[in-house]
Design a protein around this ligand. Structure first.
Ligand SMILES: [Zn+2]
Length: 102
């Protein structure tokens, strides 16, 4: 788990929103071309502004990680302490995190 103070003391919500939007655009453009078992690279959607991590998800994994509007997909362990998020699922290669939008 990352420490919020160690990443600048900010929640990183703007950064998360930008990365989620980027991933959504890519998904909308490429989902129909992606074979069902192939993995596609996505930007990690964690709250660490400095994170440049890439996670690779199949179509089903991507959809499972974004079933609700406040769910994001992050690399394992990319949860920032104090950012009001909650880890829902821990897969070996990605975690699903619910963001508090208040
Ligand atoms: Zn990350």
């Amino acid at each position: 788990m990352l420490d919020l103070d160690a990443v600048g003391g900010k929640s990183g919500q703007n950064s998360v929103s930008a990365r989620v939007a980027y991933n959504r655009r890519r998904w909308d453009l490429e989902k129909d071309c992606l074979p069902i078992d192939d993995r596609m690279p996505f930007v990690c959607e964690c709250a660490n502004d400095g994170c440049l991590g890439i996670l690779e998800l199949t179509a089903l994994e991507h959809e499972a990680g974004h079933m609700c509007p406040h769910w994001t997909a992050v690399l394992p362990g990319h949860v920032v302490q104090g950012d009001r998020s909650r880890t829902l699922v821990q897969h070996p290669h990605f975690w699903v995190v619910e963001r508090d939008v208040d």
